[in-house]
Ligand binder design. Structure first.
Ligand code: PLP
Length: 398
């Protein structure tokens, strides 16, 4: 068993585990025992892969970005998760978890959402499967992500605005966990990233690992070699990053760079760079790095990117960074926005601002011309046009 994967107790080194209230102990144990046999069953795999192909539109293309390659002096390939149904990688996970929920006999789905992307991906698969869907979303986010709230409602979900705390993602997670405590029998909590109590980080990473499974095959076809020299992804809770690196973790030929959201800078209070600025603690059921005050109160995260706005980090990534397997860079708001404009003008691809953090990492790495670099574009930027327009000045020099 790889030292980079979860151990039999649900830990990555000292990180992970399942720190849940007594009342959820039974649900979490039930899920821990059920998920591997279901995910590995032939029936699950057949349906999961058929939906990924015909509903999501996989495999997502691996695109050789020629102009950007020339600019950065390497052979740059973009893994196009932005082309998936609903516009990002999140659907890979929600398709898998809804099949898991159904196999476990659950009838009611709950989920948390920040920007609304995971809420939309969850409401989408609930419509697909005819399941009841309740989404918890901080009231601040409900007010500023109006389009996604309407999409969720149109898909048949009930959206619960959460008015505790800062009324953002972290509070929505807490509200979802409270609801789960009240309905432990019929409800499945569909978690949106590699976070939460064991086994969620492992479930989500496995479901997203389709990304690196495809990269291996597509690189072989395009370059005659099934591994890159570099993998690059952005990291919020860590799910698109986990999927991008999963099949390469034990391959030391592959260097891994992950971009977390620096916000206004890691030397300011307005940041979401948890691996740089966090300390060990417990958040939403897992021991991991957390941005917290000296007396253990969770600090609010700040970044221009709603999808990276989380004061914790998946326990797997806390561990990989500590082992030095991954190199984590903090990318600030202005760097990410400028990189988003650059990809738009040089390749005709408007990336999500989350993904633009990964693009900005290209400037911080020294490549050799023959290096093969695979960068995951986790989502498309349609949802971010107003934010890009607020920073038009960053496109001036392109
Ligand atoms: C939600 C989101 C992210 C961040 O989530 P991870 O779990 O870290 O992948 C990144 N990119 C996009 C487009 C998203 O919607």
């Amino acid at each position: 068993m790889s030292k980079y994967q979860i151990d039999e107790n649900g830990f990555f080194g000292q990180y992970g585990g399942a720190y849940v209230p007594e009342i959820l102990y039974k649900c979490v144990t039930e899920l821990q025992q059920a998920y591997r046999p279901i995910l590995e069953s032939e029936e699950f795999q057949r349906e999961y892969r058929a939906l990924l192909k015909d509903y999501v539109g996989r495999p997502s293309p691996l695109y050789h970005a020629r102009r950007m390659s020339e600019k950065y002096g390497c052979r740059l390939y973009l893994k196009r998760e932005d082309l998936n149904h609903t516009g990002a990688h999140k659907i890979n996970n929600t398709i898998g978890q809804i099949l898991l929920a159904r196999a476990m006999g659950k009838t009611r789905i709950i989920a948390e959402t920040g920007a609304g992307q995971h809420g939309v991906a969850t409401a989408t698969v609930c419509a697909l499967m005819g399941m009841k869907c309740e989404i918890f979303m901080g009231k601040t986010d409900v007010d500023r992500q109006h389009a996604n709230v309407e999409r969720m409602k149109m898909l048949g979900a009930t959206v619960h605005p959460v008015t505790t705390g800062n009324m953002t993602l972290s509070d929505a997670c807490s509200a979802a966990i409270r609801d789960w405590c009240c309905h432990p029998k019929d409800t499945f909590y569909l978690v949106g990233s590699t976070m939460g109590p064991h086994p969620y980080p492992d479930i989500v990473a496995r479901l997203q690992s389709i990304i690196s499974e495809e990269i291996r095959q597509q690189l072989e076809e395009k370059t005659g070699r099934n591994y890159p020299d570099y993998l690059i992804a952005c990291i919020g809770g860590g799910s698109n990053a986990a999927g991008t690196i999963w099949h390469y973790l034990d391959d030391t030929r592959v260097k891994i760079y992950l971009a977390e959201a620096g916000g206004e800078g890691i030397d300011t209070d307005r940041t979401a760079a948890t691996i740089h600025c966090g300390t060990e603690g417990i958040i939403h059921g897992a021991r991991t790095l957390v941005m917290q005050t000296d007396d253990g109160q969770i600090r609010e995260a700040f970044t221009v990117s709603a999808g990276l706005d989380y004061p914790g980090i998946g326990p797997m990534h806390a561990w990989l960074a500590q082992l030095g397997r991954t190199n984590v860079l903090a990318v600030n708001d202005d760097e990410a926005l400028a990189a988003g404009y650059e990809l738009t003008r040089m390749e005709g691809i408007i990336p999500a601002i989350e993904s633009a953090h990964a693009i900005a990492a290209l400037k911080k790495i020294n490549f050799r011309p023959e290096d093969i670099v695979v960068l995951t574009v986790s989502g498309r930027g349609d949802k971010d046009i107003p934010t890009y327009l607020n920073h038009k000045n960053l496109a001036k020099n392109l």
